[in-house]
Design a protein around this ligand. Sequence first.
Ligand code: NA7
Length: 548
Amino acid sequence: MGEAKAAAAAAGTDEGGKTFDAIVIGAGVAGLYQVYRLRELGFSVRGIEAASGVGGTWYWNRYPGARFDSEAEIYQYWFDEAMFKNWQPSERYPAQPETERWLNYVADRADLRKHFLFDTRVTAARYDEAAQLWAVDTDRGERLQARFLISCTGMLSAPLNEVFPGQASFRGQIHHTARWPKERVEFVGKRVGVVGTGATGIQVIQTIAPQVGHLTVFLRTPQYVIPMRNPKYTPADWAKQGARFAEIRDRIQRTFSGFEYDFSNGAWADLTPAQRTEVLERLWADGSLALWLASFSEMFFDEQVNEAVSEFVRQKMRERLKDPALCDKLIPTTYGFGTHRVPLESQYLEVYHQPNVDIVDVKASPIERIVPEGVMTADGTVHELDILILATGFDAGSGALTRIDIRGRGGRSLKEDWSREIRTSMGLQVHGYPNLFTTGAPLAPSAALCNMTTCLQQQVDWITDCIRSMREQGRREIEPSKAFEDAWVAHHDETANRTLVVKTHSWYMGSNVEGKPRRLLSYIGGVGTYRQKCDEVATSGYRGFTFA
Ligand code: NA7
């Protein structure tokens, strides 16, 4: 520690003041771990967080019904075995309040809070090429400096909350799910509208439906859904998971999706129809994302296989919906199962059997504007509401960074660069932006197809090792070459373009944001493969990256 402190001092940093070895943006899953790792190595580090507390996604998304679809035993940190064992998740898929409490527990146990400025948003960051430092401005009018700038800003953190004209004129309450108020929202007896039926909208709808006076779901694209099996976890259950700590930690590094399960059911073509059905039924009964991320990988490439799995899921949905009119509205037919996010749900479809729940088809008659009384659709109807919930999603992957004025070499702007084409080097750096490291950024495995705690810790570890090796070698600046980045983008596109995912409209492709350049935002080569590629770069002495 003393030696590292001396090295930090020699590098011109000043922990008590405004110059640091590293500035970390965000106090979510990645930001907490990044601060922990750098501090462990004796670097001076300042975290900056827009929210009042830690949690990131789990701070902001406090909407009714928010919970993750990753099992509690894999949505974990791996740097402290006792921390894992001393936390008792209440169930397999805990809800937001518990996950927020867990991240507070982590922050307290590792004493991380003191390194963060809370209620502070980074507005701009400019790289000073002569000094080889990032100058970081905040909305509190402060300027801090650091050798390294590390964004832990989240894949899904820039909400699309200004969606319709006239929102400000609405007389009732209007809430985007990712900006949900801390105060309780009272639904009893209220006329409530929900726009959006992605993973978020589904959780909201199934949770508030039993409370509302009347619910209007403004539905544009229906979803394939899988019923969640969410058993309670007793202390004995968790002790069993604790005994598997090392096994789970090692396993999830190597699978396709960073979950424990993986594709291990044999090739689709080698199985009889009965054997295929047996696999699908078994994974369906698991009530997890295994049907999607660990059944048959051919589903992502082969239209016939995809159609067969899609039809299996449609049939399951038909059995629950019964009413043919509801089946027509709620069962997807225009895209294949698994070609974008598959939500787990609990009694979501059954909500539509309630007499006080209506579907408004906003594909046929889009929402035109919000008026003081409610939502006006293109056919001129005003749907009167007391509360309007926007579950309209995010400017995913790139949005968190393009909402900051980031300037690299020669004053180039990341927002302008990415308005033409979204590019990164393995999602870890961007050519033209030396000493900027990114986590949860485009072109790396992330939220789309990965258990986020797995991917984020792997990226933080890679970044930390890189910074440590630079210190050992007396290097002050790192940047990926244009050729390296071109090669990664080409590999990413080649991997993506072999799949059916690129043919489906969703945030995965950036097509949910008007004018956003299209590219699959997450790397789809698999978490294990990506890790190997990252490790190869590090062991090669960072071939493809230039140092100063
Ligand atoms: P998503 O998955 O992007 O879903 C957004 C939903 O909002 C989706 O159903 C959209 O319909 C709908 N939407 C957006 N704009 C409109 C307008 N103008 N009119 C009608 N409907 C609209 O966001 P989520 O928050 O659910 O999930 C994001 C990720 O967070 C999720 O995948 C998990 O990984 C966690 P569309 O499909 O565009 O027709």
